[in-house]
Design a protein around this ligand. Structure first.
Ligand code: HEM
Ligand SMILES: *[C@@H]1O[C@H](CO)[C@@H](O)[C@H](O)[C@H]1NC(C)=O
Ligand SMILES: *[C@@H]1O[C@H](CO)[C@@H](O)[C@H](O)[C@H]1NC(C)=O
Ligand SMILES: *[C@@H]1O[C@H](CO)[C@@H](O)[C@H](O)[C@H]1NC(C)=O
Length: 512
């Protein structure tokens, strides 16, 4: 009956204007053909883990740790295209990095990073902003060029913060290094991002560290709701309420500082603060969009992008150093030499000369990339790859970064940690490709920081910060694994994440 009543209701249209019917019919037919085609085209793309059984089994395998799935797909499907079933509902197509150059030419209206993040973070409900142009532009335009000017100031801050958080101890002392590094990284980043007024205050540290965790909790809670329920029930979730409370609290203590800075800028007589907060305030007139104008949210966004990513990388590096003691004298000697050649100051030039440490850090990220997949982009309009493969609109594409990192044709003996791997490539390989082997370099063999115009703009800052922390710790402390452990603490892997076990401890003792 329902169907016939629909026809009855629309019947007058066809009587009145047969053209409309034809037009609607053609549209429907076109839609059906297109949808059918998309299904057929998707069905033609193989799914990794098909032998596991159904979709639910593949989803469980992904959640338990996706490394094997990415590696299996990367090895098995030689034309470099496969589907992976993730914890999300969206169709995810994994592409070989050989497609990167052609993909990188496509505009944001075809391949969208923002839309991919919107989807994975449920931004419609969690109210995370993905379009905040002032943030990446100010990082690229102001922060990165300022690094050489600010190096010795930041290094000084690292020393002071380390003296507070990791004071030299006469005897071996147990330290929850992940927890310590969160505070150290938040303070040092905060010194540059928000300024000295707030960077060491507990309320700033709490916000800078916990906001990310609260976002992740909110995202998870929303994604566990059935899609149709989300518009009605999301805002009642306690995790969402926490997040809104966090935004309001942050606004309460950041806004006065923002206002003071703005007032000082208005009657500026030369000496302005030289930090991100100031550069953001100065840039406001150029970014009329509401997200860019809301500096509290911009600051929280910076924390979100910077604090945990940098801390996890540094923690991995410390676990590696403690487990592979042979690297300690090598890196320490290099650091001491770099300092000696630069009047004892950790200048940008001193940092640049520390190529062994750079290599050690790159190898650390090669073995334990923060995310197994990278270059996640939503396909907004259908594309055809150079090999003829059609990719329909609506799917999300990504690169199997973790599989590239363990490809023996790219990195010989890939399961071995070789801290000087990239140092040797830089020294012994052709001069013109030396830059490819730096920690911050982004290329099809090095995808940890993404690729193309949205590749992480903060990686230069992160690299400097981690190197400064490592240098000062190495010069002042010895370190080793705790509880008589002899093996590197294994990372915890779940879904597409690989994180150093935050519950592990290291032992530190002052050098004499
Ligand atoms: C070791 C630490 C870090 C890692 C591993 C990391 C990783 C990434 C990755 C994988 C992306 C996505 C790139 C793409 O899809 O092409 C990204 C984007 C981004 N990162 Fe980082 N990041 C780190 C540190 C930082 C820091 C310290 C900042 C801030 C100073 C930052 C700010 C950003 C921003 C703003 C974006 C978005 C760029 C855009 O929208 O165009 N990141 N990062
Ligand atoms: C997943 O997608 C299917 C088909 O596209 C849809 O029927 C289902 O409701 C979605 N489930 C979730 C949890 O989003
Ligand atoms: C922030 O996180 C830390 C560590 O997990 C926790 O001890 C603290 O209570 C959190 N603060 C808030 C306000 O949730
Ligand atoms: C910034 O955004 C938050 C959260 O959406 C909002 O509550 C606040 O009023 C905004 N602040 C300004 C100054 O626009």
């Amino acid at each position: 009956m329902a169907i016939s009543s629909v026809w009855e209701n629309t019947d007058w249209i066809s009587r009145a204007t047969p053209l409309v019917t034809i037009f609607l019919g053609a549209l429907t037919a076109a839609w059906l053909v297109q949808t059918g085609l998309n299904y057929a085209r998707l069905a033609a793309i193989p799914i990794v883990g098909a032998d596991l059984g159904g979709k639910e089994q593949r989803r469980q395998a992904y959640l338990a740790g996706a490394r094997k799935l990415y590696n299996d797909g990367y090895k098995k499907f030689k034309n470099g295209i496969f589907q992976i079933t993730t914890s999300r509902n969206a169709t995810i197509i994994v592409l070989d990095p050989k497609f990167l150059p052609e993909l990188n030419k496509l505009p944001n209206s075809v391949l969208s990073m923002e839309k991919a993040v919107d989807e994975s973070m449920e931004t419609k409900y969690t109210k995370i902003e993905t379009h905040v142009p002032i943030a990446p532009n100010t990082i690229t335009g102001k922060l990165t060029p300022a690094l050489s000017r600010l190096s010795s100031k930041i290094s000084q801050e690292v020393e002071e913060v380390l003296a507070l958080e990791l004071p030299p101890s006469e005897n071996w002392q147990e330290v929850s290094i992940h927890h310590k590094l969160l505070r150290i990284v938040a303070m040092v980043s905060g010194f540059v991002f928000i300024g000295p007024e707030l960077s060491r205050t507990e309320k700033y540290l709490d916000a800078a560290i916990n906001y990310t965790l609260e976002v992740m909790q909110a995202q998870r809670a929303v994604s566990e709701l059935k899609p149709w329920m989300r518009p009605f029930f999301s805002s009642r979730l306690p995790q969402l309420k926490n997040l809104y409370k966090r935004l309001a609290e942050a606004e309460d203590f950041m806004q006065p500082v923002i206002n003071q800075r703005k007032a000082a800028a208005a009657n500026a007589d030369g000496d302005k603060p030289d930090d991100m907060m100031q550069w953001l305030i100065d840039a406001l007139p150029k970014y009329p969009d509401a997200n860019s104008q809301n500096l509290t949210k911009v600051q929280l966004g910076l924390s979100f992008a910077a604090i945990h990513t940098t801390t996890l990388t540094a923690t991995n590096a410390f676990y590696n150093l403690a487990a592979m003691q042979e690297y300690i004298p090598i890196l320490r000697e290099e650091a001491a030499e770099a300092l000696a050649e630069n009047d004892g100051i950790l200048t940008a030039r001193a940092l640049q000369s520390m190529k062994k440490m750079d290599s050690f850090l790159k190898e650390t990220l090669r073995m334990a990339p923060a995310s197994m997949a990278s270059f996640q982009r939503k396909v907004l309009r259908p594309i055809t790859l150079s090999n003829g493969q059609h990719i329909p609109a609506g799917v999300t594409i990504e690169m199997p970064a973790v599989s590239v990192n363990s490809d023996p044709t790219i990195f010989p003996d890939p399961l071995k940690f070789d801290g000087l791997r990239f140092y040797n490539l830089r020294q012994d390989g052709p001069k013109e490709s030396a830059a490819l082997h730096q920690f911050v370099s982004v290329n099809p063999n090095s995808l940890t920081f993404g690729y193309g115009r949205h590749a992480c703009p903060g990686r230069f800052f992160a690299a400097n910060e981690i190197k400064m922390i490592l240098t000062h710790v190495l010069l002042n402390h010895d370190m080793k694994l705790a509880d008589g452990a002899t093996e590197r603490y294994p990372n915890i892997e779940f879904a597409s994440m690989s994180i150093p076990d935050p519950s592990k401890k290291l032992l530190f003792k002052a050098r004499v």
